[in-house]
Write a protein that binds this ligand. Structure first.
Ligand SMILES: Nc1nc2c(ncn2[C@@H]2O[C@H](COP(=O)(O)OP(=O)(O)OP(=O)(O)O)[C@@H](O)[C@H]2O)c(=O)[nH]1
Ligand SMILES: [Mg+2]
Ligand SMILES: [Zn+2]
Length: 225
């Protein structure tokens, strides 16, 4: 388990593939928790949209947009959405994070061909990334700003977070903070909860709420010393 070095950067670009390899949204949600804990901006970048003929990626897009995140949709190899990505990166220090094989390095090559970063295919059987990028590298952009390419990882540790603090890192809950019947409401089992009300009214995304309760329960079950 790796804790990505999100300190001292302006924003995180969390890269997730449209459908190949299979998008790991649990990993995306955990990365977002770390990013929110650090208080830096986050973008979701759904890459490899050229491979997603059924446009299943639109569900991922909706889920994160509903939460309040800005979502980019790209194809690094077909050069779709690269101009928008460049605009986001300009004059900022950005951290690229996401599983191995999602196309972080390929996206950076599309933004800045002179980087000429090594990219790797997927290992054939289970379509996993090959862990091509081996170390974190800070690189200057010709348009201004810096980017950090990082090795992909399949999981991140958020075990240092207390369950009762987790709600602060789901940005779609912020507007209800203090509005529930119980002070410090965990939005899980308390009655008269505004977050659960918003969930019932389909204002809060169900998948994201499930991710919250599942991670909350995991954090509660960690033995603390
Ligand atoms: N079809 C398609 N393939 C892509 C796209 N982006 C990246 N790839 C391919 O996916 C594979 C993995 O890309 P990388 O850029 O090496 O992935 P990475 O996220 O840097 O992976 P690690 O360095 O292992 O963490 C390469 O073969 C890329 O050419 C895309 O938008 N469409
Ligand atoms: Mg890479
Ligand atoms: Zn509540």
């Amino acid at each position: 388990m790796i804790r990505p070095p999100v300190a001292n950067v302006d924003q995180a670009i969390i890269v997730v593939p449209a459908n190949n390899p299979k998008p790991n949204l649990d990993l995306v949600d955990r990365l977002l928790i770390l990013v929110e804990e650090e208080g830096i901006d986050a973008y979701i970048c759904i890459n490899k949209i050229d491979l997603d003929e059924d446009k299943k990626y639109l569900e991922i897009k909706e889920s994160y947009q509903k939460a309040g995140y800005k979502v980019l949709t790209t194809s690094a190899t077909q050069k779709i959405g690269i101009e928008e990505l460049r605009e986001v990166l300009k004059d900022k220090t950005s951290f690229f994070a996401g599983n191995s094989g999602v196309g972080k390095s390929e996206l950076l090559n599309a933004v800045e061909p002179s980087f000429d970063l090594e990219t790797g295919g997927l290992s054939s059987k289970i379509q996993r990334g090959r862990h091509t990028t081996r170390h974190v590298e800070l690189m200057p952009l010709a348009i201004g700003g810096y980017v950090l390419d990082t090795p992909g990882f399949g999981s991140v540790s958020i075990d240092h977070i207390e369950a009762h603090d987790l709600r602060h890192y789901y940005i779609e809950f912020h507007q209800y903070e203090g509005a529930c019947k119980f002070t410090g409401c965990s939005h899980i089992h308390e009655p008269s909860c505004k977050v659960k009300e918003a969930l019932d009214n389909n204002i809060i995304d169900e998948r994201r709420y499930k991710s919250y309760t599942s991670i909350y329960n995991q954090l509660e079950n960690i033995r603390r010393w």
